[in-house]
Write a protein that binds this ligand. Structure first.
Ligand code: AMP
Ligand code: MG
Length: 412
């Protein structure tokens, strides 16, 4: 490949290549608590019915309906108490005519009984009970299998596991579940000029913002940072870290070193290690020199080092890849608003234009384009809450409807 991208891909072309390349998903079995917030990779079929056995919904007495059907306060039915069915300690006798057993919520309904009279509707005498009211046959009984039978599907593949889902699995005796993996991401920040806090900084050096920012983005997208390293602009060092990245991660994210200078070594290192270039150069601002390559299952995103380029390319290309591998449907969070001012795209590239959406007040949010859009100014992201996509030649007038992609950390 020449040392300058010849023809830039359009954003849509680049996006399609990324989507196609990141399509595979891996699955792992995890214990229930580790499945919180994860996406299941299979339907769950009930291995047993729910409830597993017929039991009481109230504290009271297990009785036969024909013994109590006419009971009322003036003419109570009097039954002999022959035992107790506690939750966890069933009564193993049979309720015959004229008999009753104490029963607790969750206690197994004894044989012969078909109805539970709540404690509020009885008077207890030493070993008999006066039933003062009974509304209907089978009242206060939870029947085995009434929620679902063994073999019924209870959770659908691709569902996100919340606490109730985990409780349901646990109630079925399931202790681990197949989920899509949390993709492992290796981060490499390049640049001989970079310094990390708390190292002293010389006037010509630049403090690294991308390592922490990209780590946070990976975590927020559902990925797992297996390592994050900083390397100088050195081919051997870059190859070494790339080799260890490819051994440990599904997704490798480089920051910096993908432009056209002699010290931009990510592409040469990737080529040396047998990565296939899928594209280099996209007609977009920020992030023109975005580089994308793969070796077998490992995907490599070479993000330009300017912090705004890095974050916008991450949000547009890397985040959907991580979310997909995590098992989530591809959805960009967006709102429709109205331009508060006109804006046009004067350059021959598409733009990810940062805006502030003001949702307060009227029903349609107003969208304010930020004046500062330079790719070294992170305040153009922190002052914004989303971005609009401006195609080549785009012109938006005040009042025009526009779709705003919200940043993932923003609540509107
Ligand atoms: P590069 O993509 O390596 O050509 O870097 C482009 C610009 O982004 C240069 O001004 C770099 O100093 C700056 N830059 C690169 N990496 C980082 C980083 N991790 N944090 C802050 N600025 C960076
Ligand atoms: Mg650099």
């Amino acid at each position: 490949m020449a040392n300058q991208p010849k023809k830039l891909l359009s954003v849509a072309e680049a996006e399609a290549i990324v989507r196609k390349s990141g399509a595979g998903r891996k699955i792992e079995a995890v214990p229930l608590l580790e499945a919180l917030g994860r996406v299941i990779a299979e339907d769950v079929v009930a291995p047993e019915p729910s409830p597993r056995f017929t039991n009481s919904a109230m504290d009271g007495f297990a009785v036969r309906w024909e013994d109590v059907q006419y009971a009322e306060a003036a003419r109570p039915a009097v039954l002999t108490i022959i035992g107790e069915s506690q939750a966890g300690a069933p009564f193993d006798g049979i309720i015959e005519t004229g008999k009753a057993a104490r029963i607790n919520t969750g206690g197994m309904l004894p044989e012969g009984a078909d109805t539970v009279v709540p404690i509020e509707d009885v008077e207890i005498q030493s070993n008999s009970v006066r039933i003062l009211a009974a509304k209907k046959r089978e009242q206060n009984v939870r029947f085995g299998g009434e929620e679902f039978e063994k073999g019924e599907s209870v959770l659908k593949k691709a569902s996100v596991m919340g606490p109730a889902h985990l409780g349901l699995l646990s109630s079925l005796g399931i202790s681990s579940i197949n989920v899509y993996i949390r993709p492992r991401v290796a981060l490499v920040v390049t640049g001989a000029e970079l310094i990390s806090f708390p190292d002293p900084v010389k006037p010509w050096q630049i403090r690294d913002s991308n390592r922490v920012m990209l780590s946070a983005l990976v975590m927020q997208a559902g990925g797992f940072v297996v390592f994050s390293e900083r390397v100088g602009d050195d081919l051997e060092e870059t190859c070494k870290v790339l080799q260890s990245a490819v051994e440990k991660a599904e997704i490798i994210v480089f920051s910096g070193g993908v432009s056209v200078g002699p010290h931009d070594l990510v592409k040469p290192a990737a080529q040396k290690l047998g990565f296939k270039t899928l594209f280099w150069g996209v007609s977009q601002r920020p992030g023109r020199p975005l580089f994308f390559a793969r070796r077998e299952d490992a995907l490599l995103f070479g993000l330009p080092g300017n912090p705004v380029s890095a974050i916008m390319c991450f949000l547009y290309y890397v985040q959907p890849t991580i979310r997909h591998q995590f098992g989530l449907a591809e959805t960009r969070r967006s709102v429709t608003g109205k331009m508060a001012e006109s804006v046009r795209n004067p350059i021959r590239r598409s733009q990810f234009f940062r805006v502030f959406v003001d949702g307060a007040g009227g029903d349609v949010p107003l969208v304010y384009p930020l004046a500062r859009q330079a790719s070294h100014m992170l305040t153009s992201v922190t002052d914004a809450n989303g971005f609009i996509f401006l195609d080549i030649d785009a012109r938006l007038s005040e009042g025009d409807e526009v779709e705003v992609n919200l940043f993932p950390w923003v609540e509107l």
